[in-house]
Design a binder for this molecule. Sequence first.
Ligand SMILES: C[S@@+](CC[C@H](N)C(=O)[O-])C[C@H]1O[C@@H](n2cnc3c(N)ncnc32)[C@H](O)[C@@H]1O
Length: 350
Amino acid sequence: MKSPAGSEATEARSRNPRFDVPSVMRLTELADIVVPFAIRVACELRIADELADGPRTVDEIARSVGADPRALLRLLRALTARGIFTEVEPGLFGHTALSEPLRDDHPLSMREAYPLIPADIQAWSRFDVSVRTGGSAFEHVHGQGYWEHMAERPEEAHRFDGTQRAATRLELRTILPAYDGWATIGSLVDAGGGNGAFLAGILRRFRDTHGTLLDLPHVVAGADEVLRAAGVRDRCTVVGGSFFDEIPQGADAYLLKRVLYHWDDDHARTLLSNLRSAMRPDSRLLLLEPVAEPGDELNAGKLYDLILLTMAGGGLRSLEEIEALLDKSGLRLARVVRTMMFPMMEIVPR
Ligand SMILES: C[S@@+](CC[C@H](N)C(=O)[O-])C[C@H]1O[C@@H](n2cnc3c(N)ncnc32)[C@H](O)[C@@H]1O
């Protein structure tokens, strides 16, 4: 039995914030490195597709995906603890709301959003370098920039493209309905438009619009297939080149989605000035990316900002910083349209 003095000490400890066990437990959850990797391995093995027709035993899944049954059981049980998959009965696993979007055939499939890209993981292992120096850990580890690295490694570039495909599915769903100006755009240049998935989504919806996709040659190499699959190949010109060299002239609108934040101020100014030179006096530029905001709230950009820092050495800018860059590039912000994901800035020549 505890002495009265002993129970007083226990009570005092529970009142002392230094013994706030729930906060320490919460911290342990936040610092976890296991779940992000467990999700990625489940995506890599396409576990979610295996459960498309209903719950299956771990032995069946293991046979089908080529995994060790005991190791797979451990993986799945760890994920169920975070609400991803459910153990319907011992050894039998099914889907939950969080695991469904990991299926390849899900309309908002996120399977490709969480890839295992060795070069990225190596860069994260030196994230401290980014925070100490403000520079890219990726460059520190690999001795070259992110885009140069990807240009030389088709397998990794394909995985990176997968993350963009997943993001684009979500963005088409959330950004497209938020802007009332799409229908008035006859010609649209998507600068740094990746493999054309977002542009294809716009062209599918707006049948009178002609698109031009501009991205690096190895990136637009995959665009033909994407544009054909969407049935819009005949309304889209594909240009393999650098937006630092030349941008197609005289379109009604230019799109720059999740591109500017990759670049430091000098490069960003050059890119914006190139766009300004390509624009007619009545053209508009649609800048789509998260904006830096003060305060404690979690928004679409706050964590992504650190991915930019680690991988590219870039980062989010505040609206004021973006306006200052526009000002130096002969452009001005006309309005900001809020979307579910991040703001769309409508920009016009000054
Ligand atoms: C984060 S991705 C965004 C892709 C697309 N806009 C989207 O939102 O899905 C940045 C894109 O910029 C492209 N990029 C990088 N340097 C470029 C350059 N010099 N000229 C054209 N595109 C470039 C990359 O190849 C990549 O597709």
